[in-house]
Design a protein around this ligand. Structure first.
Ligand code: PLP
Length: 390
């Protein structure tokens, strides 16, 4: 039999299937809350002005496309560090490399952990981003789950989370969303971060922070607060970062992975393993997006323009959240949540009915991309969802 006959069929990505259904729907007032990209009030996902300008500069100035190294654009990584770790947070025990998006950073970090300690478990909250568990499994890590958020009550479950994590062994990894939790939007407050950080330190866990939405929840500084608390508490830690959302560069695949180690020797060995893994995964990350981000961050005017556009995206999402909550008190939790996503407290049957009867499209678990709403759609959206609320 042909060799490739040995391949089992894999399920189609449900969100991509949803895109197909949405396109085929002839209703003019259909609403797409499926795929997780920012949209403006006209439904577009535009290229940011700051990015367009930096691309023009890059086109005019770039004089070579020769290879870089497996660590990508070092200037890009260095310019992100004060944004992620704080203006005065230079740390000789931290090292970073550019990666293809946040996904590349997650995969690289998980393979690094698997190489360091093959029998470790990585703890992932329930619910979490749909790609977290498959990525950990692809890196051959053992996946354990803990509770995180209750869809019906819309509450963060820190007590249940820490109770579940009581089973973790020292040296296990704990994956945490830095801000704007996907899919729940649940806001982790400073007091919660301090509890988690104290637990991580006491139990000897290694935090792996996934920061994919910095600036889209509360603000650039605010959205890094949890990460900074954790990195202060834990001697060893990993950070996966994405610029794909906060710079609107989704398909350019812009990200970074940092590792914090206990001493310089361990750090150097970690970096050498990051580079050797990257060589076999993608050899080196794609240049364009990181070069553009580097240009934006190194030019004060472009940087100010980016920060203003980012604030505009954040304000639009927050405004939609307030509008939904004000129209329907049973959805009040949405105004407390942050970032692009919320997980509506409705059943799978409701998700199907909303699609079939109202042309409102969302992921099967009732996750909505809040930015997919237009302000004028809010009353109709809320009226349709309201029928299914408890
Ligand atoms: N982490 C989370 C929580 C995400 O939601 C996403 C994207 O949806 C990513 C990481 C990956 O982002 P990227 O497109 O940069 O790979």
């Amino acid at each position: 039999a042909p060799v490739l006959d040995g391949l089992p069929q894999q399920p189609a990505d449900p969100l991509l299937a949803l895109i197909g259904m949405f396109r085929a729907d002839p209703r003019p007032d259909k609403i797409d809350l499926g795929v997780g990209v920012f949209r403006d009030d006209g439904g577009a996902t535009p290229v940011l002005d700051a990015v367009k300008h930096a691309e023009e500069l890059l086109l005019a100035r770039q004089d070579s496309k020769s290879y870089l190294g497996a660590d990508g654009d070092r200037g890009f990584v260095a310019l992100l560090e004060p944004i992620v770790f704080g203006a005065d947070a230079a740390n000789p025990l931290r090292t970073g490399v550019q990666t293809p998006g946040g996904t590349g950073a997650l995969r690289l970090g998980m393979d690094l952990l698997a190489r360091a300690r093959p029998d470790m478990a990585i703890w992932i909250g329930e619910p979490s981003w749909a790609n977290h568990v498959p990525t950990a499994a692809a890196a051959q890590l053992t996946v354990r789950r803990h509770r995180f958020f209750d869809q019906v009550s819309q509450r963060l479950e820190i007590d249940a989370m820490l109770a579940g994590l009581a089973q973790a062994r020292p040296g296990d990894a704990l994956l945490l969303h830095g801000c704007g939790h996907n899919p729940s939007g649940a806001t982790v407050h400073a007091a919660d971060w301090l509890r988690i950080a104290a637990f991580v330190r006491e139990r000897g866990l290694i935090p792996f922070v996934d920061l994919a939405y910095q600036g889209l929840a509360h603000g650039l500084e605010e959205d890094a607060a949890g990460l900074r608390i954790l990195l202060e508490a834990a001697p060893e830690a990993l950070v996966a970062y994405s610029c794909d959302k906060n710079f609107g560069m989704y398909r350019d695949r812009v990200g970074a992975l940092w590792v914090q180690a206990t001493d310089g020797d361990a750090l150097a060995r970690a970096r050498s393993n990051m580079l050797s893994l990257a060589r076999t995964f993608w050899s080196m990350p794609p240049d364009h997006g990181a070069a553009v981000v580097r240009l934006v961050l190194s030019d004060p005017l472009l940087r100010a323009s980016w920060e203003a556009e980012l604030a505009g995206m954040r304000d639009r999402i927050a405004g939609l959240r307030r509008a939904v909550a004000a129209t329907e008190p049973r959805l009040a939790a949405l105004a407390e949540q942050t970032g692009m996503f919320s997980l509506l407290p409705v059943s799978a049957a409701a998700v199907t009915a909303l699609r079939e009867e109202h042309g409102i499209y969302m992921a099967g678990d009732a996750r909505i991309n809040v930015a997919g709403l237009r302000l004028e759609d809010v009353p109709r959206f809320v009226a349709a969802v309201g029928r299914w609320l408890g």
